[in-house]
Design a protein around this ligand. Structure first.
Ligand code: AKG
Ligand code: FE2
Length: 301
């Protein structure tokens, strides 16, 4: 049976240290180029989210194999986290910052059209790889992914951001990740939350507030929720609010999210610990993100 790896602090456990990615063998410009439609780019800019059906179908098996490797020995990879209290039905596993350790993730990062996709949707001249985040919920799980924005967890600021989220299983609309359309444009940032119980952290950051009660006031929010099939891909801004309900999962739900940063993104020295933490990054707020740690995978031609 798979043993549970409970991170020391609930999450963000440094099991193995961060190291500068080895980019040997990477050929800039060799990955296939995505061709985003003007209409989809406009939707993404307006809503902070766009769903592209079936565009990563060819990568589903590769990413599933990578996640399987991650799950065989979670402690051999970075930031393994179990987000269900002991005795709760199901399993909610996630892990991040392993693209340089898991060959299948690396293959996707460097050889798929994901970087060009992110670059085009961000309307950026380049796409820099920030990190990746893999998720798995087992059948029977009845635990919401709490509504959150990703930016408040991160040591970056800017508007040209995109996660390329690839669904690796079918998910009914009631258990798939949902988005608040337009929430990336309000200028508001909300405290990051622990997935285990939804509690806020870094609450002494006076630039942020608690995430509002979105499910209690559905009329006030334009919520996008739709069923997903393996290979369906969601592009969303790091500021876009997203989360799930706590409806029981009937089947396994795996997903792979790759985080990309564009031209206007700079380092942001947040008051509390960020997730991921990047000890030794040696940057000041406003500095460009260093390209040796966060490689430029795509440049506009
Ligand atoms: O799939 C989920 O439940 C959460 C995904 C998420 O929060 C993300 O990709 O940033
Ligand atoms: Fe998220």
């Amino acid at each position: 049976m798979q043993s549970k790896t409970v991170a020391k602090d609930g999450f963000n456990a440094i099991t193995i240290p961060w190291s500068v990615p080895d980019m040997s063998g990477f050929k800039p410009g060799a990955a296939p180029e995505f061709s985003a439609s003007a209409e989809d780019i406009a939707s993404f800019q307006r809503d902070g989210v766009v769903v592209l059906r079936g565009v990563m179908t060819d990568w589903v098996e590769t990413l599933r194999a990578g996640l399987a490797r991650n799950l065989v020995s979670p402690e051999q990879f970075r930031f393994p986290c179990e987000s269900l209290p002991e005795g709760t039905p199901g399993r909610f596993f996630d892990s991040y910052c392993n693209w340089d350790l898991i060959p299948e993730y690396r293959d996707f990062a460097l050889n798929s059209c994901a970087a060009s996709m992110a670059g085009q949707f961000m309307q950026s001249s380049k796409a820099q790889l920030f990190h990746e985040h893999a998720f798995m919920k087992d059948p029977g799980t009845q635990s919401a992914t709490p509504w959150h924005q990703d930016l408040p967890y991160y040591c970056v600021d800017g508007d040209q951001t995109a996660s390329v989220y690839v669904a690796l299983d079918h998910a009914d609309a009631d258990v798939a990740v949902r988005f608040v359309k337009g929430s990336h444009r309000t200028g508001k940032l909300y405290f990051p939350r622990v997935f285990m119980d939804g509690s806020s952290f870094n609450v002494d950051d006076d630039t942020m507030a608690a995430v509002p009660d979105i499910d209690g006031n559905p009329d006030q929010y334009d919520i996008q929720a739709s069923a997903l099939e393996p290979g369906d891909t969601i592009i969303f801004n790091f500021r876009t609010l997203h989360g799930t309900t706590d409806a029981a999962l009937k089947s396994t739900r795996r997903a792979f999210s790759m985080r990309w940063i564009g031209d206007d993104v700079t380092y942001c020295d947040r008051p509390g610990e960020t997730s991921p933490p990047y000890p030794g990054i040696d940057l000041q707020s406003g500095d460009a993100m260093r390209e040796d740690w966060f490689p430029v995978v795509w440049r506009r031609r």
